[in-house]
Design a binder for this molecule. Structure first.
Ligand SMILES: O=P(O)(O)OC[C@H]1O[C@H](O[C@H]2O[C@H](CO)[C@@H](O)[C@H](O)[C@H]2O)[C@H](O)[C@@H](O)[C@@H]1O
Ligand code: UDP
Length: 491
């Protein structure tokens, strides 16, 4: 089956329909002079500004009593931010429970970490229903609705059940595994059936889109009709890869200015002439941080000449700390770093600088640019924007080398990186050594090929591309229809 032979001309995004974006986190402006935080938030804000619209989701607040069913609304320019509070119990079941202890591990191929709990499952569907019930009165018949991520898999179906006839799209920011792994999800059949209610289902990579298509076909949830188009119950929908990216020009500009950034200057002074190896990740078991620390240790042990001459900076804000698997790995990583610094460090040299803090983009860009090596070695990752930011931040005259896990979505595009299997500690250590010693000419060649690819998935191209497909029902070219009978449905 083929997914997304590309009609990129469609990326014009000429729609005039109003847009309704739904995501768990909503960057509600806090005051005057507001600026959205991350690249994704900035891009979705740009999409909403160009169409006018509503950004709907969780307020970020947890309340003691029952939350109001009426969304709190705040209009800023062309965008209305509409958010619901969550009761503590609903947050525990829907977000910390089902989303982050069942869906997240399954989608990241970690069946050993999955927690299946009937109350979490019930809570997840109930919260999705509650979000749908409160959204329906805000919808106009012509609105385009764009739902984001694993928190809201059944939201489209819940909206349809409440009468929404709109075009509704869905984008999954995390991987979608093959059928044998995906079917370990609790309520798998209910989730898959619910997903067929969307008009467009977007994934980070071709592989994720294909995995999802195989789930649909293997278990009889839908029939493949042609080129990513599926059919069930008399309606058709599109399954396609829409790889996300960063705002390339904005990030390049930030990096160019970053030499003057005082945080970056202070850091430079503190490491002196030492070479910099950098990692930037949320503290998540999917990011492979422990394996990476081990690989760095192995690199130092097998290359005595680098002792005292290199600093590995790992910037790692804590994430989802209320989830036991995250708390456990936070302790494990801290222990690993402590043990490595204890055994390899010297009176005047600490090999790993480990920070549990969020660093802003302006400083990050400067740190990426200063680094000789960028370590992006997740065990599994939907895309990984850090990899793209690292490339965008480099100076063409003296670019650093990206070491990239083959299991990050970004590895499908950034072929100039040194691609590694992050489970193989010694091989990753050898890649660090190779990057550390790489000649300028090879570094420039590798960087140029990656840099040239960044604009293809620029985040503004990404949202225009997705919306152009959401606006226009997928047409099947004459003669392209397949005639495979639908496989028998399983429960
Ligand atoms: O909202 P949190 O629970 O604090 O988690 C933060 C976000 O993590 C995930 O990010 C993913 O999206 C990135 C952009 O598409 C992608 O590059 C990365 O590979 C994914 O892990 C999650 O999908 C978001 O919903 C969370 O807000
Ligand atoms: O201290 C930090 C750590 C991370 N980030 C940003 O958080 C995003 C992480 O996105 P990615 O796709 O790499 O992973 P996710 O955390 O979404 O799984 C990137 O834009 C990073 O620049 C940041 O601004 N400050």
């Amino acid at each position: 089956m083929a997914f997304g032979s590309d009609d990129d001309n469609a990326a014009a995004g000429a729609s005039t329909a109003r847009l309704v974006v739904v995501s768990n986190r909503v960057p509600v402006p806090t005051g005057t002079g507001h600026k959205a935080a991350g690249g994704l938030a900035v891009a979705l804000e740009a999409a909403l500004k160009s169409h006018g619209g509503v950004w709907y989701g969780w307020s970020g607040r947890i309340v003691d009593g029952p939350p109001s069913p009426e969304p709190e609304q705040k209009r800023v320019g062309e965008i209305t931010f509409a958010v619901l509070d969550l009761a503590q119990r609903d947050y525990d079941l829907y977000y910390s429970g089902f989303a982050n202890r069942a869906l997240w591990p399954v989608c990241h191929y970690r069946l050993d970490l999955i927690q299946i709990d009937g109350e979490d499952t019930e809570g997840y569907f109930r919260v999705n229903d509650a979000f749908a019930t409160s959204l329906v009165p805000l919808l106009r018949p012509d609105d385009l609705v764009w739902v984001h991520d694993y928190h809201f898999l059944p939201l489209g179906k819940a909206l349809r059940d409440r009468g929404a006839g709109n075009r509704i799209g869905f984008f999954l920011h995390i991987p979608w595994p093959p059928p044998d792994v995906a079917s370990a999800m609790p309520a798998y059949a209910t989730l898959l059936e619910a997903l067929t209610a969307y008009d467009v289902l977007g994934f980070q990579t071709q592989q994720d889109a294909e995995n999802f298509g195989r789930c649909l076909e293997r278990d009889g949830f839908a029939r493949h009709v042609a080129d990513g188009i599926y059919e069930t119950g008399g309606r058709r929908f599109l399954v396609k890869a829409f790889p996300i990216g960063i705002d390339v020009e904005a990030f390049r500009r930030t990096a160019n200015r970053a030499v003057r950034n005082s945080v970056v200057q202070r850091f430079r002074a503190s490491i002196g002439e030492r070479r910099l190896v950098i990692g930037v990740d949320r503290l998540d078991y999917s990011k492979g941080i422990r394996e990476r620390v081990d690989a760095f240790g192995c690199f130092v042990r097998s290359n005595p000449k680098v002792r005292g001459r290199v600093t590995y900076l790992q910037i790692t804000p804590k994430s989802r700390s209320e989830v036991p698997e995250y708390r456990r790995m936070q302790e494990e990583v801290a222990e690993e770093v402590g043990s490595l610094n204890g055994s390899l460090g010297e009176l005047d040299w600490i090999p790993v600088r480990y920070l549990n803090q969020t660093v802003n983009h302006a400083s990050l860009a400067g740190l990426y640019r200063m680094a000789s090596v960028g370590l992006v070695t997740p065990l599994r990752d939907g895309m990984n924007l850090v990899a793209k930011e690292f490339v965008a931040a480099q100076s063409p005259d003296d670019p650093g080398v990206l070491i990239l896990s083959r299991f990050a979505g970004a590895a499908h595009e950034l072929d100039g990186a040194l691609i590694v299997n992050p489970y193989d500690i010694e091989a990753t250590a050898r890649a660090i050594a190779r990057a550390y010693d790489m000649e300028l000419e090879e570094r420039q060649e590798r960087w140029a090929s990656m840099s040239a690819r960044l604009p293809e998935t620029d985040v503004n191209v990404w949202w225009k591309h997705f919306l152009s497909h959401l606006e226009t029902p997928a047409a099947i070219p004459a003669g392209a229809e397949t005639s495979t009978p639908p496989p028998a449905a399983s429960t």
